[in-house]
Each structure stands twice: as C-alpha cells, then as structure tokens.
Design a protein around this ligand. Sequence first.
Ligand SMILES: O=c1nc[nH]c2c1ncn2[C@H]1C[C@H](O)[C@@H](COP(=O)(O)OP(=O)(O)OP(=O)(O)O)O1
Ligand SMILES: [Mg+2]
Length: 196
Amino acid sequence: MKDMIIATKNSGKTKEFKTFFAEYDINAMSLPELSHEIEDIEETGTTFEENAALKAEQIAELLQIPVLADDSGLVIDALDGRPGVFSARFAGEPKDDQKNIDKVLAELEGVADRTARFVCVLAVSVPGEKTVFKKGYCDGRIADAQAGHNGFGYDPIFIPKGYPQTMAQLSSDEKNRISHRSDAIHQLRDWVKNLR
Ligand SMILES: O=c1nc[nH]c2c1ncn2[C@H]1C[C@H](O)[C@@H](COP(=O)(O)OP(=O)(O)OP(=O)(O)O)O1
Ligand SMILES: [Mg+2]
C-alpha cells in the first residue's frame, strides 16, 4: 500500500479522502497524522485554485513528496457567490461550522432564490513538476432550516439537486457518490492509478 499526503487539517475531508483512496489501495494521510507538526498555511488566494495550490505546493516543497490539497466551499447565487473561497471563515475566526450555517440562514431569510453549489478544487503538487488541478461541483439549494448530523461543514443546510433531504441526512456512501469532492477526485483517477 502506498501513502498519499493530503494537505488538510479538516477531519471531514480526510475521512472522505481515505474512503476514495482505499479503493486504489492508497493510504491517505492528513497533516495531523504526520509525525511532526505542520504549521497552518495561510489561504491568501482569491480563487479555489490559488488556495489549493498554496496548500499543495508548500507541503510538497517541505516534505519533498507528492501532495494533494483540496480547497472547497459553498457558492450561493443570491449572495453573489458568497461565501465562496471564504466559506471556512464566513462567520469569523476561529472557523466554526455552526456559526457559518447560522450566518447563511440569516442572510437568506425571506430569500426565495436558494440555488447554490458546492465547489471542490483539487491540486496535486509533485516536487519539480507543474501543479495539476481538477474541479468538481455539486448543484443544489439551501434548506430553510438545518437537518441531519452526517458529513461536515455546510452539509446540514445543503439539499443536493434531485434529493428531498440535506447532504447531512445522506449516508456517507451516498454523499461520496454525488459530492463535488467525488466529482473532482474521479477526474484524477488516471493520475492516482499511476501513483501505484
Ligand atoms: O463536502 C462538504 N460539505 C460541507 N461543507 C463543505 C464541504 N466541502 C467544503 N465545505 C466547506 C467547509 C469549509 O467551511 C469550507 C472549506 O474550506 P477549506 O479552506 O477548503 O477547508 P478547511 O479550512 O476546513 O481545511 P483545510 O484548508 O485544512 O483543507 O467549505
Ligand atoms: Mg482552509
């Protein structure tokens, strides 16, 4: 089994990557699982691509091994695309999923157009090579109230298109079939196979 470093400290993302990569017999390891502590990388970019590249390239440079990073977020049409790249810290620092959910629901109170999408950009950095990007989407809308306890982040208020319930009410298998992260990771399939 081969190791793959995922440049994330998010346990929800990590769980999903472990499931995806296990299919390819790859052991996905997140930053908190490494033997030495890795400092937070400042997400100073204005796009998902820039932030994903910052995370992947800095960790790949530091460790001198291939690294995958994920920058993702929730894009809401009625909010002109917010919270977008600022999804993690929408309600301020330190990041707090519940506060972020409350802020979205408050901003959308009385708003009829609730269409939104999750976006996930994956960046793969191999030391000395050009960074590769893949982008995935999951269309849906924002619920009137939160529901469900599965997943992480904004899952309790996101209703995927074609479903009656929120992402947080779906099983992890179901989420992993339809999510923005799964969309992006499946585009990396060939690259992942070559890693073996
Ligand atoms: O499947 C998802 N289901 C629900 N919410 C999600 C999902 N995917 C991303 N999100 C939200 C969580 C966070 O508010 C932001 C990601 O921010 P983002 O900077 O990429 O991740 P993060 O700071 O949590 O961890 P890290 O940078 O260490 O990978 O979008
Ligand atoms: Mg982050």
